[in-house]
Design a protein around this ligand. Sequence first.
Ligand code: ATP
Length: 259
Amino acid sequence: MNLLELKSVTKAFGGIMACRDVSFATKQGQIMGLIGPNGAGKTTMFNLITGVYAPTSGSILFEGQELVGRGPDGIVAQGVARTFQNIRLFRNLSVLDNVCIAVDKHVDYSFAAALLRLPSILKREQEIRDLALEYLTEVGLADKANVRADSLPYGLQRKLEIARALALKPKLLLLDEPAAGMNPEESLDLAKLIRRIHQRYNLTILLIEHHMDVVMELCDTIFVLNFGLKLAEGTAQDIQSNPDVLRAYLGEGYKRVRS
Ligand SMILES: Nc1ncnc2c1ncn2[C@@H]1O[C@H](COP(=O)(O)OP(=O)(O)OP(=O)(O)O)[C@@H](O)[C@H]1O
């Protein structure tokens, strides 16, 4: 079953065509890679799916329902969460509080009850902290729960963004360059983490990444954008041997990760 389907999506910023007539479908449970040169339109695709921008034309379906026009909060409520290329944490809050805020989105209690600090609220607050700690444990950050988010090195801030996105209980998780700035060993460690959460939380994942070892290791299918247009789509094997992709992005001397 298709969880996400883009149909002829176009986005123009004035004269710049960031995406042109892009169509693809992501099946339930898939990990799909979105790759291409700088400026190809990858982050714009994420911004369109998450309602940050409205497409100039085209349709974006999630579980068969139109997302266009729903707005970012409505789309999160539908089950879509993301991380950002430029990390967006509450920098001066603790690591734990960054995740608590996301867990809290699922909690239903009245403002008056919260204000009066009723015992039920105090109990619920403890539950939120416990849940947040579980997500931090999942990404290996439990021992950093009480430090300020901006004191973490960038690689760990990216993991914190993943924990926060998980806390929104998404069906579809969009990861925008989660391995940016990581060395090969760290990026393979991150690939293992992504594989683990994919299975554990029954996720469908859309992954933008320039680290090809991570993309080739994780993705069931890969969609290649170039100048806002679809260049190719296929398995890791197809993409690594596609002459157009080698020419436009991977480089003619690209060494296959898997053969
Ligand atoms: N808000 C905006 N206003 C104007 N132009 C934009 C805007 N957002 C993106 N663009 C343009 O759209 C094109 C696609 O940008 P986008 O950030 O989606 O590329 P990308 O593939 O994610 O690149 P990178 O790999 O460098 O992150 C670029 O030419 C960019 O300058």
